[in-house]
Ligand binder design. Structure first.
Ligand code: UFG
Length: 333
C-alpha cells in the first residue's frame, strides 16, 4: 500500500512512518520541518513542504496514487493556542481543509486524523468514552474538534472515510532507540522529568499539589507511542477493508491514570540504576489543567482489535530514558 504521512517528521508521525515502512508499505512524508526533524525520517521519502501550498499538494496527488493519508501535522501547545488562536485555526483547520480537498479531488478516500483528549474539555466523568460531550476549553481542542465535524460532513457529501483518534498522553520512544521525543520547547511531563534527571534541565516543577486526587497531583493516562501508532495502522486497515464507512472516532489511552507524583516515583526508580537524581520543585497549578483525564478505549479494542503492548508505565519510562541518554551523548560529542 502507498500512504502519505503528513507531519511524518514529528514525534508521533516519525514512529508511524517507521512502523508502516517496516510492515512493507510505501511511505511518502510531507513535513514543513517547523517542529519536525529531517533526521527523524529514517524510512520513506521526505518532501519538505506545507499544507498551505495547494500547488504542491496538487502535484503530489497527481504524481502518486495514495491508498490513504494519515495527518499528524498540527500545532499542539494549549497555552500558545490561547495567546495565538489565529495560528491554530489557520494551521490546524484551514490547512487541513486544503489536504481534505485535494484528497476529494483525487478520489483518495481513506484518512486517519490525530485528534485529542482536549476536544472533551473539562471531563464530566472518567474514564472518558466516545459518548462524552465534546466541549473544548481552548483553541487547540476547538481546532481539532472542527476537523472532526468537517470529517462528518465530508463523509456524507464526498464519501470520505475517516478515523479520528483522540490521544490522551502520548509518551515513550521507539523500543529500538532509533527515534524519540524532541520538542522545542518541551512541555510534556515525562521528557521534562527525564531532562531534569539527565542534567539537561536543573529541576522539574510539579504544577499543583492541591488537586482532588490520591496525592494532590494531576492524573493522566500515559500511552506508549508505538501503541498509538499500532492503533493508526489498525484504523487504516479497518476503513480500507470497508469494515465500516463514514467518519469514525476512537479514544486512545490505557484506561489507567497515574498522578504526576507517581510518574516521578517511577522515573526515580529507573534513573537510580544510572546513579542519576532528580530535583523537584513545587509550583502553582497550570491554568486549564483538569484534575483527572483517563480514557475508556473499549471501542478501539473491540472494533479495531487494538491491544496496547507497552501499557506498563515503567516500560514507557525506560524507553524514554534510553532515548534521553542518547541525547546527552549527542550533546557532549
Ligand atoms: N506537569 C507538571 N510539570 C511540568 C509539566 C507538566 O507538573 O513541567 C503536569 C501537568 O500539569 C499535567 C501532567 O503533568 O498534569 C501532564 O502534562 P503534559 O503537559 O505532559 O500533558 P497534558 O496532559 O497537559 O497534555 C496532553 C497532550 C496535549 C493535549 C492535552 C489535553 O499532550 O496535546 O493532553 O488536555 F492537549
Amino acid at each position: 500500500m502507498k500512504f502519505l504521512i503528513v507531519g511524518g517528521a514529528g514525534y508521533i508521525g516519525s514512529h508511524m512512518v517507521k512502523m508502516l515502512a517496516k510492515a512493507g508499505h510505501d511511505v511518502l512524508v510531507l513535513d514543513n520541518l517547523t517542529t519536525g526533524f529531517r533526521q527523524s525520517v529514517k524510512y520513506g521519502r521526505l518532501i519538505i513542504g506545507d499544507l498551505a501550498d495547494i500547488n504542491l499538494l496538487e502535484t503530489l496527488f497527481t504524481q502518486n496514487q495514495f491508498d490513504g493519508v494519515m495527518h499528524f501535522a498540527a500545532n499542539s501547545l494549549v497555552g500558545e493556542s490561547m495567546n495565538n488562536p489565529a495560528k491554530y485555526y489557520r494551521n490546524n483547520v484551514s490547512n487541513t481543509l486544503n489536504l481534505l480537498d485535494v484528497m476529494v479531488r483525487h478520489n483518495v478516500k481513506h484518512f486517519i486524523f490525530s485528534s485529542t483528549a482536549a476536544t472533551f474539555g473539562e471531563p464530566e466523568y472518567v474514564p472518558i468514552d466516545e459518548k462524552h460531550p465534546q466541549k473544548p476549553i481552548n483553541p487547540y481542542g476547538a481546532s481539532k474538534l472542527m476537523i472532526e465535524r468537517i470529517l462528518q460532513d465530508y463523509a456524507q457529501a464526498y464519501s470520505l472515510n475517516s478515523v479520528c483518534l483522540r490521544y490522551f498522553n502520548a509518551c515513550g520512544a521507539d523500543p529500538e532507540g532509533e527515534i524519540g521525543e524532541c520538542h522545542d520547547p518541551e512541555t510534556h511531563l515525562i521528557p521534562l522529568i527525564l531532562q531534569a534527571a539527565s542534567g539537561r534541565r536543573e529541576y522539574i516543577t510539579v504544577f499543583g499539589r492541591d488537586y482532588p486526587t490520591v496525592d494532590g497531583t494531576c492524573i493522566r493516562d500515559y500511552i506508549h507511542i508505538n501503541d498509538l501508532c499500532s492503533a493508526h495502522a489498525l484504523a487504516m486497515d479497518y476503513i480500507l477493508t470497508g469494515k465500516e464507512t463514514g467518519a469514525l472516532a476512537f479514544n486512545l489511552g490505557n484506561g489507567t491514570g497515574f498522578s504526576v507524583q507517581q510518574v516521578i516515583d517511577v522515573v526515580n526508580k529507573v534513573i537510580t540504576e544510572d546513579n542519576c537524581t532528580l530535583t523537584i520543585k513545587d509550583g502553582e497549578r497550570r491554568p486549564g489543567d483538569p484534575a483527572i483525564l483517563v480514557a475508556d478505549a473499549t471501542q478501539a479494542k473491540t472494533k479495531l482489535g487494538w491491544q496496547p503492548v507497552f501499557a506498563d508505565l515503567e516500560t514507557i519510562v525506560r524507553h524514554a530514558w534510553a532515548w534521553e541518554k542518547k541525547q546527552i551523548k549527542k550533546d557532549t560529542k
